[in-house]
Design a protein around this ligand. Sequence first.
Ligand code: NAD
Length: 498
Amino acid sequence: MNANVAPERVVSLIDGEWVDARGPRLAIHYPATGAQVSELAEADAEEVDRAVRAARRAFENRSWSRMPVEARQALLMKCHDIVLAHADELALLECLNLGVSLRELKERHIRRAAFNFRFFSEVIGQGAGEVYDQTAGYRSIVVREPVGVAALIAPWNAPTALASMKVAAALAFGNTCVLKPSEQTPLALARFVELLHEAGVPPGVVNLVNGRGPVTGAALVANPEVDLISFTGGTETGRAIMAEAGRRLKPCTMELGGKSANIIFASADYDRALDAALASIFSNNGQQCLAGSRILVEKPIADRFIADFTARAARIRIGDPMDEATELGPLASAGHRDRVLSYAGIARSEGLEILHGGAAPQGLPEALWGGYFVQPTVALAPTNGARTCQEEIFGPFATIQVFDGYAEAMDKANDTAFGLVSYVWSDHLPTIERATRDLRSGVVWVNTTMTRELRAPFGGYKDSGVGRESGPACRDFYTEAKTITVPAEPITPRRLGA
Ligand code: NAD
């Protein structure tokens, strides 16, 4: 393990400067070994307020919010280039506090983080307004203006990939921001924010505060100078933040949890569906909002599928995330490992049959004995009502249910409080057509897995969220619409009191 790339301590970055550490220290651990690799100095409400005021000043001086689009595009592309140029370093830092495999981080997460800047640079290059001239003698145009100071609150499961989307979108539309990463995973994002400054983002435009949700996060959400909030994280946290935002009439987007159905009809391309089912639940060490965690398989192929899926899950290579051959690394924290493992007990008590896993793996090299590993776990569920089938476990834990016919598949798939993603596997076009209409989720992936199209809205129905992320959705969120009405000829107003 190359831990010496991690800074000794992570602090806030406000107005382009690292601040002196003041608050309580929280240890940062490498999930593969449990060793402490760094620490975080928590920002309190006063430090958060400094960050918000820096963002406010940077917004109010207008050189950022009114920067010509072509100049902002050039800067976003510099951010893209610098993130890509530091992909190895960022991936290593991310790995050191997240435990996802270095390969996955480099190939997916950091690439995606860079691409977010290119994407939003292209989006703003194609922006257009609206013109209304139906009212005789008048023309109304609609222009978009940045909203102000954005609070961006990110989760730990894909820290840089997800936070960079928020930062790139906020910046592209002329806002300034304060980013609060998860207290578990501050390492790569601290370097990322520093790199944005090296790329030329002016001081105060992107500020970073670190600390726990109820301390640093809550102070950010409650700060009256924050104009809008973009949150990705758990559903219960989202509810609390939205309630606070509602009291202050602050717009927010909520990208929340999921318990996505992966429906495999007998008419599916079997081998592809099997490969994708494994990838959909076990990628990112099982810690994905969009995981296909609730597998529904049709009766005629169920026995074969269950046997093959379980055998393949049992062969997944667990180990050091720095090793290229590793397919499943540790979970992000000891507490999360314990929570995921507790579902094995819950599953058994609810009558589910654990076909594989449900415990920490045996036989790992001694160096990894302190790591937060969980075996890939496969549980056969007799009913969809079990907690194991309803609650987001957020780990390498798949439940499988058997269904008999299309109607039962749809009933089970939609019988959930969540609605982020649904997966459908079938080569029968009418089945696909019907399912894409009947499924109640913000995204339906047909015969594919985890194919995020940034141009199209991403977000959830029901408890999976409020609002969407995409080019147009982010434009709507990060800008205010201003309608300007001008008459073609001088008007003759009513002459009151003449
Ligand atoms: P979490 O809700 O515990 O924390 C998310 C962030 O909110 C962290 O930065 C945390 O410090 C902060 N926070 C916590 N309490 C807060 C409060 N009271 N006020 C302000 N901020 C607060 O979530 P997590 O465990 O970090 O992430 C996992 C969750 O995120 C899962 O439920 C997952 O499904 C969800 N997620 C959703 C998406 C999506 O796009 N829909 C993507 C990734 C993760």
